[in-house]
Structure formats: structure tokens, C-alpha cells
Design a protein around this ligand. Structure first.
Ligand code: PBG
Ligand code: ZN
Length: 338
């Protein structure tokens, strides 16, 4: 700060003396419009299964979606992101592309129940393959690995089937090279040129996905995802990933997980002009819930402070399992006092 007068002329505490004044000089704001709520949809009927490692989060069958979609809508949360757990899996995961697949059914149902709620579909194969990897496998000198280029065609087909069911935004999460280009081409060829792509452009191979894999029943049966998800040490590489996705036609970019990667989020926000999403993932949620259940932290304060941190770092949208609670808290008494 050039030529800032020093103490005692300058006293930083002057602008902190009341909540009204603090609110007037506040630089960052958290709004309900920033929130995206993840929903797990499961085959079967009359299912509402709580996920053990994610207290307060459930797997829902399509016939029970009304309850949760009604809550989302009444709280004013603008969007949900869907994950599907199909009845049967195979080695390619092709059931993910069926017109009457679990996600496609759920999209149709949600758009009927609440037309204004934006439905984002997570686009990947790990919930649909018997081996739990993010695409079909191929034999390599190093053993079995995901076949990148074969996965691209399947991703385009899955994206088109989501769009046909009424998905508003497609969010590919598999970290395959060329996925944005393939999906954009597929959507355009099927006349869905106005369906945007929210790319999980910067997705790290993270221990924080543990509870999600229980929730989505998508733990790999062998190995891990380090041959396609990113090394947590790399930020230059993260910028290259984002740059390529922008060049291939991504409309929005995502950084995932959130808290351990705020530096990456801030840099991507500065570097690219695209709207940025951050995914506050299952392990981040589980830690907060566990500490809150023990009475070790004030859940409301911690959650709102975390969400504000994402905004400050550059997020325009926050995908979070805390969305319902955060929206309630914002409605009840706004941010003051976090
Ligand atoms: C699927 C996918 C994952 C998550 C979102 N999409 C899991 C993974 O990559 O293993 C994780 C979300 C979370 O942990 O909340 N590719
Ligand atoms: Zn996947």
C-alpha cells in the first residue's frame, strides 16, 4: 500500500467496531445462489439410505426424490449435481448411456418436480463399471489401465443421453485427455449446442474422496486413479489442464477438492476468464461432521467460514454437501457473526 500513514493515524480497528460497519466494508459475500447440492440416486424403490461416512447425506431412489428436491427448491438453492448408482455394472459401464438409466430417470423426474432447479449431471463411468475405474480398460505393459480414447466416445454418448433427458449442464469428471472436445462435438452433433460443459478440469488424486466412494459405490476394485487424476503436488500442470479444457470448449472450470487446493483455485481464477466452481468434497464434509458431532467445533461457523474462503479464493460456485444447512443459516440470520 503506497504512502499509507502509519499508527496512530492509521488504526485498522476503526472499521471493525460494529457489525453494521463490518458488513459495509466486507469484500466477499456468500449467497444461496452460489451453492450446488450433490444428490446420490440409487436404483430401487422407496430408498432413503443414510451414507455411513457422510452423516445427513442419503442415497435416494427416484420415487423418493420429491422430498429432497422440495427442500432444495424451498431453500432457493439454484442447482443440484447428480450421481447415479445403477442396478447392474459391466466392464465398459455402457449402462450409463441408456435412455432409461438411473441418472436419466432422475433428471426427468427432477425437471418435472422443479423445472427451475438446474440439473447438473456428473459424467463418468466409475459408478457403472464392474472394476470401478472411470472408463473401459485396456491391457498395457504396465497392466490394465483406462483406455482413454475408447472412453471418449462413450463419454460423448453418455453426455447426449443426459442432455436428451433434460440435463441443464454436463460435468465430466473422469480426467480423460480430450474429453471436453469429444463431449462438445457429441452434444453439438445432437443439436445440444446450448448445453454448457462444467469441466472437472483440475481434479487431484485425493484421499478426500473416500466417503464418496462408499456413497457412490465406486471404489476401484484394483489399483487407484493416479494414472488419470492429478498429482497433488502440481500447480503448473493444473494450469495446463485448465488451459486445454478452455481451448476444447469448456464453459466453466472446476477445482477439486476444495480446501487443500485454494491456491490452485485462486490461480485458475486469475488466469482464465471462465466461471469457476469448487468441489468441497466428501472427505472435507466428513471431517467437519465428525468434529461437530464430538462438540469440538461450531459447525455453523466452520461451514460458513469455509464457504466464504472458497468465494474469497475465486469460486463462483460451490458444490457442497453442506448446501442445505448453509442455505438455512443464510436465510435465518445471514452471515453476521460467523
Ligand atoms: C467420479 C467422481 C468422484 C467424485 C466426484 N465425481 C470420485 C472419484 O474420482 O473417485 C468425488 C466427490 C466427493 O468426494 O465428494 N469420478
Ligand atoms: Zn470417475
Amino acid at each position: 500500500m503506497p504512502n499509507q500513514p502509519l499508527f496512530p493515524t492509521t488504526r485498522m480497528r476503526r472499521l471493525r467496531t460494529s457489525e453494521t460497519l463490518r458488513a459495509m466494508v466486507r469484500e466477499t459475500h456468500l449467497r444461496i445462489d452460489d451453492l450446488i447440492y450433490p444428490i446420490f440416486v440409487r436404483h430401487g424403490s422407496n430408498v432413503k439410505n443414510e451414507i455411513g461416512s457422510m452423516p445427513g447425506q442419503f442415497q435416494w431412489s427416484v420415487d423418493r426424490l420429491e422430498e429432497i428436491v422440495g427442500t432444495v427448491e424451498s431453500l432457493g438453492i439454484p442447482a443440484v449435481i447428480l450421481f447415479g448408482i445403477p442396478a447392474a455394472k459391466d466392464d465398459t459401464g455402457k449402462v450409463a448411456c441408456n435412455a432409461d438409466g438411473i441418472v436419466q430417470e432422475a433428471v426427468r423426474k427432477i425437471k418435472r418436480l422443479s423445472p427451475k432447479t438446474l440439473v447438473i449431471t456428473d459424467l463418468c463411468f466409475c459408478e457403472y463399471t464392474s472394476h470401478g475405474h472411470c472408463g473401459p480398460l485396456t491391457e498395457t505393459p504396465r497392466g490394465q489401465e483406462v483406455d482413454n480414447d475408447a472412453t471418449l466416445e462413450l463419454l460423448a454418448a453418455q453426455a447426449v443421453s443426459h442432455a436428451r433427458a433434460g440435463a441443464d449442464i454436463i460435468a465430466p469428471s473422469g480426467m480423460m485427455d480430450g474429453m471436453i472436445r469429444a463431449i462438445r462435438r457429441g452434444l453439438d452433433a445432437a443439436s445440444f449446442e446450448l448445453v454448457p460443459i462444467m469441466s472437472y478440469a483440475i481434479k487431484f488424486a485425493s484421499g478426500y474422496y473416500g466417503p464418496f466412494r462408499e456413497a457412490a459405490e465406486s471404489t476401484p476394485s484394483f489399483g487407484d486413479r493416479r494414472t488419470y487424476q492429478m498429482d497433488p503436488a502440481n500447480v503448473r500442470e493444473a494450469m495446463r489442464e485448465a488451459e486445454l479444457d478452455v481451448a476444447e470448449g469448456a464453459d466453466m472450470l472446476m477445482v477439486k477438492p476444495g480446501l487443500p487446493y485454494l491456491d490452485v483455485l485462486a490461480r485458475a481464477k486469475d488466469r482464465f476468464g471462465l466461471p469457476m466452481a469448487v468441489y468441497n468434497v466428501s472427505g472435507e464434509y466428513a471431517m467437519v461432521k465428525a468434529a461437530a458431532a464430538n462438540g469440538w467445533i461450531d459447525e455453523r461457523r466452520i461451514v460458513l467460514e469455509t464457504m466464504l474462503g472458497f468465494k474469497r479464493a475465486g469460486a463462483d460456485m460451490i458444490i457442497t454437501y453442506h448446501a442445505l444447512d448453509a442455505a438455512r443459516w443464510l436465510r435465518e440470520d445471514g452471515l453476521p457473526g460467523i
